[in-house]
Design a protein around this ligand. Structure first.
Ligand code: UDP
Length: 371
């Protein structure tokens, strides 16, 4: 065997594992079917702007160990995510906070806001059974109708009554004037871009791009003692138990000859009619400046369209409802029988992981596997 480990997928999970394995003196080969490293955190410079090619990635974590780990590979800026919601031309602050409640109801104090929410959440009795009930019980029907329902149904392509409640629990609700989207101790964007950060993680590791593992599985398996597979778990087993469902995303990127299109990195279009879910204006992740601190004259925007995944598309989001959860469990049992393969990451574990959680999971795996 030529290598101790073959890592399939050069995204965050694969990069952490490869880095750690190399540190431990193991021989590692990383392959990826795409023509670039960094998986879905891949960023590319356009007009001096780091464009997040597979959607906005804002690093945030409460996990000090993860923060200390990732900042070895990049310095982070102090970007704070505060998306704006556009509902038919009305603008609201996100996440749901005093600015949002003031605009929605005219209330000016936390007490008045609480009263409004209390009035509206009464329609939900007992434990919320789905995303709709969870949302109404968190912020009431008005906010649900204007800021949640349309956006969520576009993003997931499913009725809010069919979606699990936990998805909406990602969003904080605050009775303060605080537009920071994340409750996180640490937050920022890697200076120099995500691709450079992953490049640093993979320094000294052999990487081969445009290599499709599943097409030449036997050949690759013969090259290494063990495989770390970060692709889709159902694809690994050739969909033999049926397809897991994923959401995919299509981006329409435009370079505009103006310095400022929307004045914010993210604007969510929360009505049902606008076909895109959000528009990202990438320069604002880095305060509109180039590497030397000069204002950038142009701007790059991406309109994000959500769609149901079909073969040939990139999978982005696992659909963690009951049906898919059960199917994943069945695949996971098959995975447990593959003694020389470790399944990891958003696709390998079919889990709506944030970046920090992927890194934490990879580091845990390294501890088990490499010590
Ligand atoms: N969400 C919403 N309105 C918004 C933003 C988010 O209802 O303006 C809900 C929606 O259900 C979505 C979930 O919150 O699926 C998570 O959104 P987030 O932006 O955190 O997702 P990601 O950035 O991972 O795409």
């Amino acid at each position: 065997m030529k290598y101790d480990y073959l890592v399939v997928g050069a995204g965050l999970y694969g990069a952490v594992f490869a880095h750690e394995a190399k540190q431990k003196g193991k021989s590692v080969l990383v392959i990826d079917k795409r023509p670039h490293i960094a998986g879905n955190v891949y960023s590319k410079q356009v007009e001096g702007i780091h464009v997040h090619q597979y959607g906005a990635h804002i690093f945030h974590t409460n996990n000090r160990k993860v923060w200390q780990y990732i900042t070895k590979f990049a310095e982070f800026n102090r970007f704070t995510n505060s998306p704006v919601a556009n509902y038919k031309g009305e603008l609201y602050s996100l996440p749901f906070n005093m600015y949002t409640f003031n605009k929605m109801w005219g209330v000016t104090t936390p007490e008045e806001a609480t009263q409004k929410i209390e009035e509206q959440r009464r329609e939900i009795v007992g434990e919320p059974k789905n995303l709709e009930e969870q949302a109404i019980s968190l912020v009431g029907r008005d906010i649900y109708e204007k800021l949640i329902k349309g956006y969520t149904e576009k993003q997931w392509g499913r009725d809010c009554k069919e979606l699990p409640a936990f998805i909406i629990k990602r969003l904080p609700v605050r009775l303060t004037f605080d537009n920071n989207y994340f409750n996180a101790l640490y937050q920022g964007i890697p200076i120099g871009g995500y691709t450079q950060m992953v490049e640093n993680m993979l320094a000294g590791v052999e990487v081969r791009l445009n290599e499709d593992y599943l097409n030449k599985k036997d050949e690759y398996d013969a090259m290494a003692e063990k495989v770390v597979y970060t692709g889709a778990i159902d694809a690994y087993f050739d969909y033999r138990l049926g397809n897991l469902e994923y959401r995919s995303v299509r981006f329409e990127n435009e370079i505009l000859d103006i310095p400022n299109y929307q004045g914010n990195a993210a604007v969510n279009y929360t009505d049902r009619e606008t076909p895109w879910t959000r528009i990202i204006e990438h320069k604002w992740f880095e305060f509109g400046k180039d590497e030397n601190g000069n204002d950038l004259p142009k701007t790059v925007i991406s309109k994000e369209y959500s769609s149901e995944w079909k073969p040939g598309d990139e999978p982005y989001y696992p659909v963690n409802d009951e049906k898919n959860g059960a199917l994943y469990q069945a695949y996971n049992e098959l995975a447990n029988q593959e003694s020389n393969v470790i399944f990891g990451g958003r696709l390998g574990e079919y889990k709506y992981y944030d970046m920090d959680a992927v890194i934490a999971a990879a580091l845990d795996m390294c501890e088990k596997e490499l010590s």
